[in-house]
Design a protein around this ligand. Structure first.
Ligand SMILES: C[S@@+](CC[C@H](N)C(=O)[O-])C[C@H]1O[C@@H](n2cnc3c(N)ncnc32)[C@H](O)[C@@H]1O
Length: 315
C-alpha cells in the first residue's frame, strides 16, 4: 500500500538518481576524510556557557539526552523548564554545519505540566527556529515498569532535526542484514534488487533495544545511561568519520565512547564532574579493540583550542 512518501517528488527524484548511480548533492565523499586519529574534548561546565563559544557551522551532529525535570537527580529540577530549554535549543541551528543533524532524546509520557516534554521542544523547534524536522524515532523496549492506572510505558522517543534539506544520512551504514532464509526467498523475487537485499533493510523509525538493567555489562553508574547501540546507530547514520559530534548533556559519555569507536571527533559537556570517571569506565570496556583508531582526550582547555586541534588533524 503506498504512503505519502511514494508521491513525494523529492523522494522519487532521489530514487531515480540512486538507480542511475548519480550521487545526491548531500552525499559526502568519504575519501576526503581519511581518519588516522580522533580528538575528544571534555568540558565540565554549564551547557549554554560552552555552546555560546562553539563556532558557527562547525558541528555535524548534535546528539543530546537532556534532563526533563523529573527530579531524577540534583541536575534534574527546573522552575521553568521550557524557558531553560530554549536557551540551548536556540544555539543548535547556528552551530550545525549545512549537512548537520540534531538528535534530541526524550519522552511524550510525562503528564505533569511542570515536567519537560519532547513534544514541547518539538513544537518550539517547529514554530520558533529554522530547524527542520526529519524523523521521529521510537525506541521500543520490552523491559519496563508495570502500571495499573494506564498502559505500561514501553517506549521513549528521539526527534531528528536538520539544518537544511541537504542533511547527511548514510542509510547503508545502519542497515540491518536479512537472515539467510529471507535472503534466499527475496532473491527469487524478480521485483527486488539483489544488491539491496545484500545490503540489508532500513531499520525503520521503530527501534527495539533493551534498556540497560542494573546488572548490564555496559553500566558505568550513571542513573540515566543510554545503551551504546542506540547511540551508535545515530552516529553512524548521521555523521561521518572525522566529523565532529557534540553532546552537551554528556552524562556518562556514551556519545564520546561511540565516537572513539566510530572514528568521529567529539565534544562532551556536562555540569557534573563525574563524567570523567564514568568515561574512564566506558573506555575500559573498549580497551584492546583492534579497530579503534588512536585518540586523544583533551581536558582543561578552551573551546578555541579544541577547534585548533581539530583543524590540525585535517592539515
Ligand atoms: C539524561 S542525562 C544524559 C545521559 C547520557 N545520555 C548517557 O548515556 O550517559 C543528562 C545529563 O545532563 C547533565 N546536565 C544537567 N544540566 C546541565 C547543564 N545545565 N549543563 C550541562 N549538563 C547538564 C546532567 O549532569 C546529566 O548527566
Amino acid at each position: 500500500m503506498p504512503n505519502k512518501s511514494h508521491f513525494n517528488k523529492g523522494h522519487i527524484a532521489i530514487n531515480i538518481q540512486r538507480k542511475n548511480g548519480v550521487r545526491h548533492s548531500s552525499d559526502i565523499d568519504f575519501n576526503l576524510h581519511k581518519v588516522e586519529k580522533t580528538i575528544h574534548a571534555i568540558f565540565i561546565n554549564d551547557a549554554v556557557e560552552v555552546l555560546r563559544q562553539i563556532p558557527d557551522s562547525s558541528i555535524q551532529l548534535v546528539l543530546i539526552d537532556p534532563p526533563y525535570n523529573l527530579d531524577l537527580d540534583y541536575w534534574d529540577t527546573f522552575e521553568n523548564y521550557l524557558k531553560w530549554a530554549k536557551t540551548w535549543v536556540d544555539e543548535i541551528y547556528r552551530i550545525l554545519s549545512n549537512s548537520g543533524n540534531c538528535i534530541i532524546f526524550g519522552g511524550f509520557q510525562y503528564q505533569d505540566l511542570k515536567k519537560g516534554d519532547l513534544l514541547e521542544i518539538l513544537h518550539y523547534t517547529r514554530h520558533s527556529t529554522h530547524l527542520r524536522f526529519v524523523n521521529l524515532i521510537i525506541w521500543y523496549y520490552k523491559n519496563g515498569m508495570s502500571a495499573h492506572r494506564f498502559f505500561a510505558n514501553r517506549h521513549e522517543e528521539a526527534i531528528w532535526l536538520s539544518k537544511t534539506e541537504k542533511y547527511y544520512f548514510n542509510l547503508d551504514s545502519v542497515r540491518i542484514p536479512f537472515d539467510d532464509e529471507t535472503k534466499i526467498l527475496y532473491k527469487k523475487d524478480k521485483r527486488l534488487n539483489p544488491r539491496s537485499i545484500d545490503k540489508g533493510k532500513n531499520p525503520t523509525n521503530v527501534w527495539e533495544f533493551n534498556r540497560l538493567n542494573g546488572n548490564s555489562k555496559e553500566r558505568v553508574g550513571h542513573p540515566t545511561q543510554k545503551p551504546v547501540e542506540i547511540i551508535r546507530r545515530f552516529i553512524r547514520g548521521l555523521s561521518y568519520p572525522g566529523s565532529t559530534v557534540l553532546d552537551f548533556f554528556a552524562g556518562s559519555g556514551t556519545t564520546g565512547r561511540v565516537c572513539i569507536e566510530e572514528a568521529r571527533n567529539s565534544i562532551l559537556v556536562d555540569i557534573d564532574p563525574k563524567l570523567n570517571d564514568y568515561l574512564k569506565l566506558h573506555l575500559s570496556q573498549i580497551e584492546g579493540n583492534f579497530f579503534v583508531k588512536p585518540y586523544t582526550i583533551l581536558k582543561n582547555i578552551t573551546v578555541g583550542e579544541v577547534f585548533n586541534s581539530f583543524a590540525k588533524l585535517i592539515n
